[in-house]
Design a protein around this ligand. Structure first.
Ligand code: UDX
Length: 432
């Protein structure tokens, strides 16, 4: 089929490229000419393992193309995916839909035959209704249908998550549209993905509810980890012990330094505000937001105890500063709270990240990026393992660190406390 993807961020570029790889003709549109030119030359603006090769392969086979012309691209397509950003408005934590509505206004001038208009961006419930009103102004309803088809891609795993989704959610009550989309997704359904057709509003809410639940699950195990630290239990035993219950499931039960990224923090705030507009109080998700925002303080309090409040001139090495492994994304990473705190306390901080130096730390005193792990670790008093890159999983600290009494604060529980004890290394994990 002929697809038009509007917006070439994570969602748009991954979705467009994967749809092309499944045999569709795809044109990805962005208003940023510089970005489009780079994409045409195989330069990918985002860090996503495997994406560069897939873009180049499909661009070469002419199934995938890039353009800045929205009108032309829409008019030659059967299905249009809206994948533009829905950032959170700082003042009231509500999703900013200006980009979505601007695109809808442009689309309405290029519908001359039946088209399916799909929102893949995460949008508040009833956004599809508003898009329909914008399109309806000039066109008869029969010329288009507006569908919600949320994505569930994780940064760093986006291609795999697109090609092997647990489910495809299609929010439309139009039978003709549903049939067309079931055909579009048939390659994924034949590989085991469940195809769920529901109302548009339900599909919009499923996305928010999914992210809010996953954020809740992570916060739950983070709080259980706090308890485990007080009663000398290893939280990993709890994660395994409860995760084997099929009603709970073992995934997303890894404690860490707080969830970050561009989605969980944004979507938890957005669903709470959306519910407020419908006079509903999502008190549980509100408490998840508060608990997660406070998590860095809990981690830093523990660090203060570990260092006996002696931060001054301590040499600390941060391994990984992004919000998780396999991404270069710093959005709402807990390192953005921890590094300034330690810098203010007078510690000297090296940091190493496989995705390179971060501008976010440029203004911090005594903080420097070291592009080699060995050099970053050489004379440190404390190692903070902040993300779970494979690069950090089998380090021989005793040979790498030239100091005698160094400490490891493993915020991702990558190492075994028993092994650390056997090697006589002072080790702290999370929830253990
Ligand atoms: C998330 C959702 O997983 C995805 O379905 C949605 O489309 C976008 O938002 P993403 O934010 O890319 O994806 O990353 P994810 O892997 O979900 O991790 C989010 C945060 O939770 C990270 O900070 C991660 O470190 C943390 N996390 C995740 C944990 O602390 N413990 C876990 O067990 C899993």
């Amino acid at each position: 089929m002929k697809l038009c993807i509007i917006g070439t961020g994570y969602v748009g570029l991954v979705s467009g490229t994967c749809f092309a790889d499944l045999g569709n003709d795809v044109i990805c549109v962005d208003k940023d000419l510089n970005k489009i030119e780079k994409l045409k030359n195989g330069i990918i603006p985002i860090y996503e393992p495997g994406l560069e090769e897939l873009v180049k392969k499909n661009f070469k086979s002419k199934r995938l193309n890039f353009s800045t012309s929205l009108i032309d691209s829409v008019s030659q397509s059967d299905i249009v995916f809206i994948c533009v950003g829905t950032p959170t408005k700082k003042k009231n934590n509500v999703a900013d839909l200006n980009q979505i509505f601007n695109v809808a206004k442009k689309i309405r001038n290029s519908i001359s035959r039946f088209k399916i208009i799909i929102t893949k961006s995460t949008v508040p419930v009833t956004t599809g209704d508003k898009i329909e009103k914008i399109l309806l102004r000039k066109k008869q309803k029969k010329l288009f249908s507006v569908v919600s088809n949320p994505e569930f891609l994780r940064e760093g795993e986006a291609i795999r998550d697109f090609l092997y989704p647990d489910r495809v959610i299609i929010g439309t009550k139009d039978n003709k549209t549903n049939k067309i989309l079931k055909n579009l997704y048939s390659p994924l359904i034949s590989k085991g993905a469940k195809y769920i057709n529901t109302s548009r509003r339900a599909a919009e809410l499923i996305k928010y509810a999914s992210n809010a639940f996953l954020a809740t699950k992570i916060t739950f195990i983070n709080e259980i980890a706090n308890l485990c630290e007080k009663i000398d239990i290893d939280v990993e035993d709890i994660s395994i012990g409860i995760g084997l219950d099929k009603r709970i499931g073992g995934r997303f039960l890894r404690p860490g330094p707080a969830y970050g990224g561009s989605c969980f923090p944004k979507d938890t705030r957005a669903i709470v505000n959306m519910a407020k507009q419908f006079k509903t109080n999502l008190s549980l998700i509100k408490s998840v937001i508060r608990s997660n925002e406070n998590r860095s303080n809990i981690m830093l309090n523990r660090l203060s105890k570990i260092l006996k409040n002696k931060f001054k001139n301590k040499l600390i090495c941060f391994l990984g500063v992004t919000f998780k492994a396999n991404t270069d994304d710093m959005r709402e990473s807990s390192s953005l709270k921890m590094m300034p705190f330690l810098s203010k306390k007078g510690s000297k901080i090296n940091y190493f990240d496989p995705t390179g130096k971060k501008t976010e730390f440029n203004k911090l005193k005594n903080v420097s990026y070291v592009k080699n792990i060995k050099i970053a670790l050489k004379n440190v008093d404390l190692v903070i393992i902040h993300t779970e890159w494979n690069d950090f999983k089998s380090l021989n600290f005793k040979t790498l660190i030239k100091k005698k009494n160094f400490i490891i604060y493993d915020m991702r529980n990558l190492y075994s406390p028993a092994k650390m004890k056997k090697d006589k290394i002072k080790y702290f994990g999370v929830g253990r």
